[in-house]
Design a protein. Structure first.
Length: 258
């Protein structure tokens, strides 16, 4: 990204623009039900942002709309109003607003909310994503890279692992769409992912490796649940990968300069 013309909200708007292909494809497939579902999550996230603004003078962010979109697409269906309210509130407040808002958080709030739904309501019916969403991921990622808000090494790291596994004979017919959509919506969050070049490669490779592992051995889980779990674990490891990358850089620097 070009320094001097970017701030937090510029990045959030660029992210919204980059995920537009996925959002448009999903809304076309879901129709009015999808619109109402998105409005619900926008209202919940928006109310919490307004309350935080009034209580702590913390300005709301367009990133809340991205969180709402991720939850509308990926949250379990027919979970119940109370469960959705509690889970969404937990993700938005604990993983985002409590840290000072988007840009200062450690984990993606949508990832945390979805993981909360999975752990708290294990019998919840996760959505079956239309295959068209998988095709919409490619333009979304390309647009994100072009706008400078999606890290190409992270995408390539995940792609190398998953494509290599596919060429080796591993079948991703059931989980491929979910893994691709979650990669674009959750894993590529520039705040919650690694920030060094090597760290991004490792971050993407870990997500791809976990997606492969869950595809092979997690028999009773829904594809979206597998992908969200892989995203959560990959995000938790992102600081470690950055630390490894920085330590290696310091080691090379000491060897070069003594």
């Amino acid at each position: 990204m070009i320094r001097g013309i970017w701030d937090r909200e510029t990045v959030a708007l660029a992210l919204l623009a980059s995920v537009f292909p996925i959002a448009a494809t999903w809304l076309l497939a879901e129709g009015l039900e999808g619109v109402l579902r998105l409005v619900f999550f926008l209202l919940v996230a928006g109310i919490w942002h307004i309350l935080w603004m009034l209580a702590r003078a913390q300005p709301p962010s367009f990133a809340g709309a991205i969180t709402a979109l991720c939850l509308a697409i990926l949250a379990p269906e027919d979970l119940g109003l109370t469960a959705l309210l509690v889970s969404t509130s937990f993700g938005v407040v604990v993983a985002d607003l409590a840290f000072g808002g988007w840009g200062r958080n450690v984990l993606n709030p949508a990832t945390v909310a979805l993981a909360f739904m999975g752990f708290g309501f294990p019998a919840a019916p996760w959505p079956d994503l239309a295959v068209q969403l998988g095709w919409a991921v490619a333009p979304a990622l390309l647009l994100g890279v072009a706008l400078g808000v999606t890290a190409a090494p992270l995408v390539l790291g995940a792609g190398v692992v998953l494509v290599s596994a596919h060429l080796w004979g591993i079948e991703f017919s059931e989980t491929g769409t979910a893994l691709a959509v979650v990669l674009a919506l959750l894993v590529c969050d520039p705040v919650a992912s690694a920030s060094t070049r090597l760290g991004r490669w490792l971050n993407g490779a870990l997500y791809g490796g976990l997606g492969l592992l869950f595809t092979l051995h997690w028999q009773d889980a829904a594809p979206v649940q597998m992908a969200v779990s892989a995203a959560l674990l990959a995000s938790l490891a992102a600081p470690l990968f950055d630390e490894i990358a920085i330590s290696l850089w310091l080691l090379r620097r000491r060897k070069r300069h003594g």
